[in-house]
Ligand binder design. Structure first.
Ligand code: ADP
Ligand code: MG
Length: 691
């Protein structure tokens, strides 16, 4: 297997106009291969356009027509440019349609009366007229280019300011003609599948003759990329297993004591998963494991069991949480359990360092003492302070980056790594995101929990809801009121939150109400949370800072304002804050006349509390991109691949990658070097830009 040829830069190629280079760069297109992998976003069949519509529609129409006239108006700060488009027969066959752009002066320079246009967009009714606002459009200029742009299935590639779609199309057409396509590196090894990636695949996906050919080509390219991804994951997995690692057997004595003192019996799921983890830690290789379990399934106990095993083996154990609130909560929880056994626990967050003796920074003063350390992920960057780090538990993994995990794995003390996530992830995605990890799943939640009733309500019902809430508070329950606002920098929202807070104080008087959000300093946040946890506050007005992990079993009501503004999985996470005690709980999702998919989304939550079902619905409603947060994977982009539609390809690719690495461990050192470098570069850039 040979090394890949060096990439060809687009800049300097005779057929790439220098005036386009900046725009290409903005799209992330630097090399010839980048350009060839700039796949169409969609295709338009320009042999057969849609009929001019008679009424508004939720689906976009692709129309071809002639510009009858244009006009330009100013309304205060708004500049409105309009073009009237009619069919080629002078509007004999249908009514003309209005195309409208706001504040986009350059469009006016591009579209003139008499131009032939292809437009794409949703027709809507505006003051009795049929209008497409901000349609995608392309001026069909001359017959010379016609074969490329017109009278065929035409690809529509992602465009940028300075690189309109038809120029992108021309450049890609050029690239296909000028490149030796058989030299483009393939990831899927020769001879393994009997289906080589033919040069024609590139042509077929960019300029298909028909959609069947296009789909076949797309699947070949997807297979290639998915295989590359799986090969990376499989080799990461193999190298983690191979490099270092210690047997951390423990004695089981301390845990026995903990277990006897617990106020509940562990679930079968917990016992099973604890056993898996215990064996993995006891083995002489390092553990690299994902623990998946829905909100409230009891992951913390599983983590604690593992941490005690590390401690018993003479190693330190650290638990990292994504937020300070959560770190603090784990710390208090652990101390309650571990203080009687005299196992020292240390809290390390950016704002506070405390140990179980109330002394600050014992850890720094006495660095060799094996201890259980709880902190926020800032802790990780200071990881050098650990003397003998035997286990790292990362709570709520979706908030962490892959590189951070990698940094841990490279430590000389080769800590075992346990990653915990409550986000239920469909299987294909687990294979992709966490394909380098072994997986344990907590399948069942503890019994004896109160039911959660979820209700979607119009805000108009608020007075009745307040009455109900007051009744529950008087009965001794606690409540969360959640707002979608107040992210770090939004001054205005802070003001709004303060107003809302005062409103709730007045409405619920004499019950005590507190508030936490991202702009409150860590000290006050901590003390508000403590007051809520310990029952001095009856109600907590909060933002999504309470989204993950917060555990106050007496809180049985959650009112979520403007619920339609949250994502489904996020709502599910939020709802996981209640229903943690034996009492029946209520989650009230308020909306302000939400319609369509907004309401549909909320109704999913009314119907089910199964995290996997919700994750799948979310995937369908939003598409996978959002859920995965590709920035976190450190993997190459999926290209034309779709994790749902192409899950069969991913499964095959995974099998093949595992087989190949088993037979031929050297493979990853040869032809895939450049892919791996690419991945690393990508991951680093993403982590940097994430701050
Ligand atoms: P999550 O998986 O969401 O992190 P936690 O670990 O915070 O869930 O557990 C949620 C609550 O359930 C906690 O109050 C915890 O003490 C309690 N819990 C854990 N295991 C059990 C069990 N086997 N039976 C009853 N309650 C349990
Ligand atoms: Mg948790």
């Amino acid at each position: 297997m040979s090394l890949l040829p060096p990439p060809t830069a687009l800049e300097g190629l005779p057929w790439v106009p220098s005036s386009r280079v900046a725009a290409l760069r903005r799209l992330g297109l630097l090399t010839l291969e980048d350009l060839l992998r700039h796949f169409p976003r969609r295709y338009e069949d320009r042999r057969k356009f849609d009929r001019f519509p008679d009424g508004p529609s939720e689906t976009a129409a692709c129309l071809f027509g002639v510009v009858k006239k244009t006009s330009y108006k100013r309304f205060g700060p708004r500049r409105i440019f309009e073009a009237i488009l009619e069919d080629e027969n002078g509007g004999l066959l249908s009514n003309p349609i209005t195309l409208r752009w706001y504040n986009m002066p350059w469009v006016q320079k591009m579209i003139l009366g008499g131009h032939r246009l292809v437009v794409y967009g949703k027709p809507r009714e505006r003051s009795k007229r049929l209008v497409i606002e901000h349609p995608e459009f392309e001026v069909i200029e001359d017959e010379a280019g016609a074969s490329l742009h017109f009278d065929r299935i035409t690809p529509v590639h992602g465009a940028a300011d300075g690189l309109p779609a038809h120029i992108a199309r021309e450049l890609i057409h050029h690239a296909l003609e000028e490149t030796d396509l058989s030299a483009i590196p393939r990831l899927w090894p020769e001879g393994r599948t009997g289906a080589p990636l033919l040069p024609d695949v590139w042509r077929a996906v960019h300029f298909p003759l028909d959609m069947a050919e296009c789909e076949a080509a797309r699947r070949q390219l997807v297979r290639d990329v998915f295989f590359g991804i799986q090969l990376i994951l499989a080799s990461r997995h193999a190298s983690v297993k191979k490099n270092g690692g210690f047997a951390r057997l423990g004695t089981g004595i301390l845990w026995k004591q903990v277990e006897t003192n617990l106020p509940f019996a562990l679930t079968d799921s917990q016992l099973l998963v604890m056993e898996e983890i215990s064996m993995d830690m006891a083995a002489p290789h390092r553990m690299n494991r994902l623990l998946q379990g829905d909100v409230g399934s009891g992951k913390t106990m599983v983590a604690l069991r593992a941490m005690i095993q590390a401690h018993e083996s003479g190693w330190q154990a650290a638990l990292m949480a994504p937020t300070q609130i959560l770190a603090e909560q784990h710390y208090l929880n652990f101390r309650r359990i571990l203080d009687p056994l005299e196992i020292p626990v240390v809290l390390r967050t950016s704002s506070r360092r405390e140990d179980s003796m109330g002394r600050v920074d014992l850890f720094a003063a006495n660095p060799s003492s094996p201890a259980i350390v709880v902190g926020t992920h800032a802790l990780l960057y200071e990881g050098a302070e650990f003397e003998r780090l035997g286990l790292v538990v990362i709570d709520e993994q979706h908030k962490f980056g892959v590189l951070q995990r990698t940094r841990l794995i490279e430590r000389a003390d080769a800590p075992d790594v346990l990653v915990m996530t409550a986000t239920p992830i469909p299987r294909t995605i687990t294979q992709t995101l966490y394909g380098d990890l072994d997986v344990s799943v907590l399948k069942h939640r503890p019994a004896g929990r109160g039911r959660i009733v979820t209700a979607v309500r119009d805000v108009e019902k608020l007075p009745a809801i307040v009455d109900f809430l007051r009744g529950e508070l008087t009965a001794g329950r606690q409540a969360y009121i959640v707002y979608p606002l107040i992210e770090e920098s939004e001054k205005l929202d802070v003001k709004a939150a303060t107003v809302e807070f005062e409103k709730w104080c007045a409405l619920l008087n004499p019950h005590a109400v507190g508030i936490v959000h991202g702009r409150i300093d860590p000290e006050s946040k901590e003390s508000v949370m403590r007051d809520f946890r310990e029952g001095r506050l009856a109600v907590l007005v909060a933002t999504t800072v309470i989204e993950v992990g917060v555990d106050v079993p007496n809180a049985t009501i959650m009112i979520i304002e403007e619920a339609a503004r949250f994502g489904l999985s996020q709502l599910h996470q939020l709802r996981g804050r209640i229903g943690r005690g034996p009492e029946k709980s209520w989650c009230i999702l308020l909306h302000d006349g939400a319609i369509g998919s907004g309401l549909e989304k909320l109704e999913v939550l009314e119907k089910t509390s199964d995290g996997f079902e919700i994750a799948e619905a979310d995937l369908l409603l939003r598409g996978p991109g959002d859920i995965i947060g590709t920035a976190q994977t450190g993997l190459p982009s999926l290209g034309l691949g779709d994790l749902i539609r192409d899950s069969d390809i991913m499964t095959d690719a995974r099998k093949l990658a595992l087989n190949i690495l088993e037979e031929d461990p050297e493979l990853r050192n040869s032809s895939h070097v450049s892919m791996r470098n690419y991945v690393l570069k990508n991951a680093i850039q993403q982590e940097l830009s994430a701050g």
